[in-house]
Design a protein around this ligand. Structure first.
Ligand code: DX5
Ligand code: ZN
Length: 216
């Protein structure tokens, strides 16, 4: 299977977000990655369900919503109604991740679980039947433009093994560039999230293509 590219709109021009979403859609992205931060689970504040709803008409592609918030449960329904396709929460957040994942599926959406860099794979072993996606953070969540943590490659390999034949997508988020994308894919990633590497220099199509491993 070819790798999927999910540009993080955190690195887009926020004064023209709708236009930016259309531009990455036309540039050939697979998913549109939306980073939601609450200033509490992570030390940054970004966007809420009203923004997801406003962006929804701008693309038919999968809206891949990454919740870096705690608590999680009070906001799941609003993100589902706003038009998210995948809703991912952190295993380190909330009261009961298994319950939150079931709520997401109950709303007809795909459910994802994410792990911060220091969180061991064992912490999600009991949730595999409840998820459609696993998101490995390869930077400390909170900000775009950080450096990829190479020690996460081993975690990606271990999760690939743990997933086995289950229909779960493995996504990696943080510091992905044309220099390390091939290593991340070789370790077992199905989806690469990339903010700065897609939105730099204005050539979104070229940047997406390079991340897929195509020569420019
Ligand atoms: C970090 C976010 C990432 C990040 C990716 O908390 O979850 O999606 O913005 O940006 P880059 O690719 O610039 O590291
Ligand atoms: Zn993210």
């Amino acid at each position: 299977m070819a790798v999927k590219i999910a540009p993080s709109i955190l690195s887009a021009d926020f004064s023209r977000l709708g236009e930016e979403v259309r531009a990455i859609d036309i540039a050939g992205c697979d998913y549109i990655h939306v980073d939601v931060m609450d200033g509490h689970f992570v030390p940054n504040l970004t966007i809420g369900p009203v923004v997801v709803e406003a962006l929804r008409p701008h693309s038919k592609k999968v809206f891949d919503v990454h919740l870096m918030i705690d608590p999680v449960d009070p906001y799941i329904e609003a993100f589902a109604k706003a038009g998210s396709d995948i809703i991912t929460l952190h295993v380190e957040a909330g009261q009961n991740p298994g319950h939150s994942l079931a709520t997401i599926r109950g709303l007809g959406k795909k459910a994802g679980i994410s792990l911060k860099p220091a969180t061991p794979v064992e912490d999600i072993a009991g949730l595999l039947d409840k998820v459609d996606l696993i998101l490995v953070m390869s930077v400390e969540p909170g900000f775009g433009g950080q450096k990829f943590m190479p020690e996460q490659l081993d975690k990606i390999r271990r999760l690939r093994e743990m997933i086995g034949e289950r229909p779960i997508e493995l996504e990696v988020d943080g510091g992905i560039t044309s220099q390390n994308a091939a290593d991340v894919i070789a370790a077992g990633a199905d989806i690469l999230v990339a903010g700065s590497a897609v939105f730099k220099d204005g050539d979104y199509a070229g940047n997406i293509s390079t991340l897929r491993g195509n020569e420019q």
